[in-house]
Design a protein around this ligand. Structure first.
Ligand SMILES: [Fe+2]
Length: 252
């Protein structure tokens, strides 16, 4: 199992505040059967340069890697970032360094309450540079909740979609939206988006069990395969997406 989205690296963002917390989160993921964790701390163009971010991320990673080696844990890491959406994505050179590992796939976090009108232009520009945008936790944005067609349009343009395990396990409305999206081919992979054992703990195993009951084991397997493929090759072979229709506020 692969965790596509985590804030497990110690002391770098609002996730694990120290190494001890990082190790607790990894231990929980290991117990759940996760064998690859993508380390995706927040990156924001307004707060730091790409160079500063990469330097800090490397320091934090080395600390974690040494501790995990000492424990002898069988876990693989892929370094990445959760990149806050910005027009800088289209303007700055070297943004591909924010992608997962050596792939050309970037985890992009959109603004929570509004979708900037130039979103599709910026994401298109990324794709012109050969970078595949993976939209982080698509169930959390209010505009996709009220108008899933907006997500459809971005996926139709070549973006991929990630959902959070905690949304599936803990939040009824988010779970409802996720299943609607899944039935229309609009979810491609899962992540824990874990920050600590208190705030969004890793729960991919529970999420996987719920999804398997509704969508089948083969579907769950496809989520892991897509995730691995995106984080290592930057692309995934996924099925067709279908638009979601709405009548009197009901989606189907
Ligand atoms: Fe996140």
């Amino acid at each position: 199992m692969i965790d596509m989205h985590s804030h497990i690296l110690p002391g770098i963002d609002d996730g694990a505040k120290n190494l001890e917390v990082s190790l607790q989160l990894i231990e929980k993921n290991l117990r759940d059967g996760v064998r690859t964790i993508c380390l995706t701390p927040h990156f924001n163009f307004e707060k730091q340069t790409i160079e500063q971010f990469l330097e800090e991320r490397q320091k934090s990673y080395e600390l974690l890697k040494t501790a995990v080696e000492e424990k002898g844990w069988n876990i693989q890491f892929i370094l990445g970032a959760e990149v806050a959406f910005s027009t800088e994505l289209a303007d700055q050179s070297g943004v591909e360094r924010l992608c997962y590992g050596n792939s050309k796939c970037m985890l992009v976090e959109l603004p929570v309450t509004y979708l900037p009108k130039w979103t599709s232009e910026v994401l298109d520009e990324l794709q012109v540079q050969g970078i595949t945008p993976l939209l982080a936790h698509v169930e959390r944005y209010s505009y996709f909740q009220s108008e899933p067609q907006k997500l459809y349009d971005l996926l139709e343009d070549g973006c991929y979609a990630q959902v959070n395990a905690t949304s599936i396990v803990k939040h009824k409305n988010a779970q409802k939206l996720i299943f609607l999206l899944m039935k229309h081919g609009m979810v491609h992979c899962m992540g824990s988006d874990t920050h600590s054992l208190e705030k969004r703990p890793p729960m991919l195993k529970q999420a996987q069990e719920i999804v398997a009951r509704k969508m089948g084991n083969e579907y769950v397997e496809s989520l892991h395969k897509n995730g691995e493929s995106l984080a290592t090759k930057g692309k995934a072979k996924v099925g067709p997406i279908r638009p979601i229709r709405s009548v009197f506020g009901y989606f189907f």
